[in-house]
Design a protein around this ligand. Structure first.
Ligand code: ADP
Ligand code: MG
Length: 262
């Protein structure tokens, strides 16, 4: 379980302080496929980077499995990062390494025997259905294939958590669905708790069981995916859903329960 308690983040920029997160309280339960939705600049990446301490909070605490990790350093920090996989919009693959070598990278850091690493990397590539591309280079792959390699690499250390920051935002819609289904599979079959950041409601709706909506550094709404999509509480969510404020008041008048896209 991941808990954020009253987390705040202020960046000190040349033109003054900028508050990116304000009083964030959030609980992500084991097994969740947790969506964090918001518009560009809302604070999504900042928020998720606090979960593996790529950013440190200005205020508040980050607690994982009951342990306050906020001040972790050195070995504790390295072990924490190893237990949390991460994938990004731009895939972040090593261009000079083959697919297999990319997936082996996190294992090499742990100085395991090389043969064993290769075996494990092939196993991961089979999991994401790309073992036939083991000797290729990232530049020879499609976007969807690159993200599958990145996912395999993120799983190398058997993480309990996986953070996905706009992982499908660079992909066309069909490829997006395939990558989402892979992530859902990893969640369901390997029991990896997923935190999925997206600006797309369709993406969140397809795979997430819970959703938080963030706007200007505030969580403005949180609930099950069904709750958020059928009965959005905040104006921001209604806008993201494409419900204008007029139609929102129509709905309130009619008291209907069949609003939204369903
Ligand atoms: N390293 C940084 N220094 C200063 N400001 C930053 C930094 N990172 C992010 N920000 C600011 O924090 C806000 C939230 O950014 P971000 O978390 O990247 O949003 P999102 O991922 O939702 O698009 C933005 O206004 C952004 O400019
Ligand atoms: Mg971002």
């Amino acid at each position: 379980m991941i808990e954020l308690k009253d987390v705040g983040k202020v960046y000190n920029a040349s033109d003054g302080d900028h508050r990116a997160l304000d009083h964030i309280n959030l609980t992500i339960a084991d097994g969740d496929m947790f969506g964090i939705i918001g518009e560009s600049g809302a604070g999504k990446s900042t928020l998720v980077r606090h979960l593996n301490l790529l950013e440190r909070p200005t205020e508040g605490r980050v607690i994982i499995d009951g342990v306050d990790i906020t001040d972790f350093q050195g070995k504790e920090l390295r072990e924490l990062r190893a237990s949390i996989g991460m994938i990004f919009q731009n895939f972040s693959l090593f261009q000079q390494r083959t697919v297999l070598q990319n997936v082996m990278f996190p294992l090499e850091i742990r100085r395991e025997p090389k043969a064993q690493n290769a075996e494990r990397a092939h196993e991961l590539l089979r999991l994401v259905n790309l073992d036939d591309k083991a000797k290729r280079y990232p530049s020879e792959l499609s976007g969807g294939q690159k993200q599958r390699v990145a996912s395999a690499r993120a799983l190398a250390n058997n993480p309990r958590y996986m953070l996905c920051d706009e992982a499908t935002s660079a992909l066309d819609s069909r490829t997006t669905m395939q990558v989402l289904d892979l992530l859902a599979d990893i969640n369901a079959n390997l029991g990896v708790t997923m935190v999925l950041i997206t600006h797309s409601l369709a993406v969140a709706r397809r795979v997430c069981n819970r959703i938080a909506v963030i706007d200007s550094g505030h969580i403005v709404e949180e609930g099950t995916t069904d709750e958020v999509f059928t009965n959005p509480q905040s104006e921001v969510t209604r806008e993201l859903l494409g419900w204008g404020s007029d139609s929102a008041s129509d709905r309130a008048d009619g008291g209907d329960s069949e609003g939204g896209e369903r």
